[in-house]
Design a protein around this ligand. Structure first.
Ligand SMILES: *Cc1c(COP(=O)(O)O)cnc(C)c1O
Length: 424
């Protein structure tokens, strides 16, 4: 067998063929090297994941599933997809895995298509409370084609209001309940959701997109054995390629597979499938547990540093990788703060806070997270610096000299922590 290392190119490079795109990719790599990326849903994949993503597998059509394809030439593809599925099943303790969804949103759509008919009732955490668009939001197809009954947070402590979930579930008898969040800094009580779903005969889907890396490492409880269906993106804390996965009990496997293909999609993205297999392999190593624990330790340290500087944190802190900041008392909007921080090389995103009086395009909050900075090996000392810089920027978002100084300091810090997957 030949090995890729013995092969050489006979064609011009990207930089030669398309210097414009090559330069933009180069600039993005530079940006990812020189900035503190604290968007809670982002990360750095390893070089190994990157290599699989950028492989010739992108050339191949493979409609169907391993052993039942509609095209020939699957000698490598079938074992790759089988490895991705078996590794993910072992990692998450789930009976059946489908790795073909193109991303997290299509993975969730497959759940609806497999288990519901148009007009059926679905419950999910409201978008304004930290839920995802695909959990039944009005602008999403999931809110247009299905009857959506959103639940929310307790006014007293901004935690998911499980009493309300139960009351609404008993009143509306949903076929499907989604639990899972995009901007919620606390642990999800899967067991409580499981009880409620059983009481009303609903299917429980746990969307662990943000926290799947924490779940496999055991630093967040797992929905395995509780939820009927588990969906996740593969590119957030799990540190894989951009992709989506649906996992389920064996009894739902045929319906889920049929919904993904031929229900919603054509050919799977085999380069992504291979990269998911690599990411699952990496996440099964002991070092990944250390990584996931460090994500949470860093988030807690950053939360403490920010609290000590007068930042108002939704729920007062964090249990996971994510912090939601209410900037109201700082006298600055989420958008102004996010844009000033970006100029300082600290890249997060503006975000609504629970019951935000402001509009989603310029809300009162900032959402930040530690998965990417932790992938660079940063720790508690760096989180202390980050909190201090964030405070300086938010205090004077228009002070260009100060922001330029901080951007330089950030770049210098970043140089000491080379990121996975980037050329140095
Ligand atoms: C990120 C996310 C998704 C969607 O993933 P995309 O890949 O952006 O489509 C779905 N659900 C939750 C909870 C998420 O955090």
């Amino acid at each position: 067998m030949s090995t890729p290392a013995t092969r050489t190119w006979h064609e011009p490079s990207l930089a030669e063929v398309d210097p414009e795109i090559a330069r933009l990719i180069d600039e993005e790599e530079r940006r990812e090297a020189d900035t503190l990326r604290i968007i809670a849903s982002e990360n750095y994949v390893s070089r190994a994941v990157l290599e699989a993503s950028a492989s010739v597998l992108t050339n191949k059509y493979s409609e169907g599933y391993a052993g039942k394809r509609y095209y020939e030439g699957q000698q490598s593809i079938d074992p790759i997809e089988q490895l991705a599925c078996s590794r993910m099943a072992a990692l998450f303790g789930m009976e059946h895995v489908n790795v073909q969804p193109y991303s997290g949103s299509p993975a969730n759509l497959a759940v609806y298509f497999a288990l519901l008919s148009p007009g059926d009732t679905v419950m999910g955490l409201g978008l304004a409370s930290g839920g995802h668009l695909t959990h039944g939001h009005a602008v999403s197809i999931t809110g247009k084609y299905f009857k959506s009954v959103p639940y929310g947070l307790r006014a007293s402590d901004a935690r998911i209001d499980l009493d309300q979930v139960r009351a609404l579930a008993k009143e509306h008898r949903p076929k499907l309940i989604f639990c899972g969040t995009t901007a919620y800094p606390r642990t999800i009580d899967f067991a409580a959701f499981g009880e409620i779903a059983r009481e009303v005969g609903a299917v429980l889907a746990a969307d662990i997109s943000h926290i799947s890396g924490l779940v496999v490492a055991g630093v967040h409880p797992s929905p395995a054995g509780i939820a009927d269906v588990v969906t996740t993106t593969t590119h957030k804390t799990l540190r894989g390629p951009r992709g989506g996965v649906v996992m389920c009990k064996q009894s739902l496997a045929a319906a889920i597979d049929k919904a993904v293909f031929p229900g919603l999609q054509g050919g799977p993205h085999n380069h992504t499938t291979a990269a998911i297999a690599v990411a699952a392999h990496e996440a099964a190593r002991p070092s990944f547990k250390v990584y996931a624990q460090a994500i949470v330790d860093n988030a807690k340290a950053l939360a403490e540093g920010l609290s000590a500087r007068g930042f108002d944190l939704v729920t007062g802190g964090t249990d996971n990788h994510l912090i939601l900041i209410d900037l109201t008392k700082k006298g600055v909007t989420g958008k102004v703060a996010a844009k000033a921080l970006d100029r300082a090389g600290i890249v997060g995103n503006y975000n609504a806070i629970p019951n935000d009086p402001r509009k989603p395009f310029d809300p009162s909050g900032l959402r930040i997270g530690t998965p990417a900075v932790t992938s660079r090996g940063m720790g508690l000392a760096e989180m202390a610096k980050l909190a201090a810089w964030m405070d300086e920027v938010v205090q004077a978002p228009g002070d260009d000299a100060r922001i330029a100084r901080i951007a330089g300091e950030v770049k210098e810090l970043c140089a000491g922590f080379p990121a996975p997957g980037l050329r140095v």
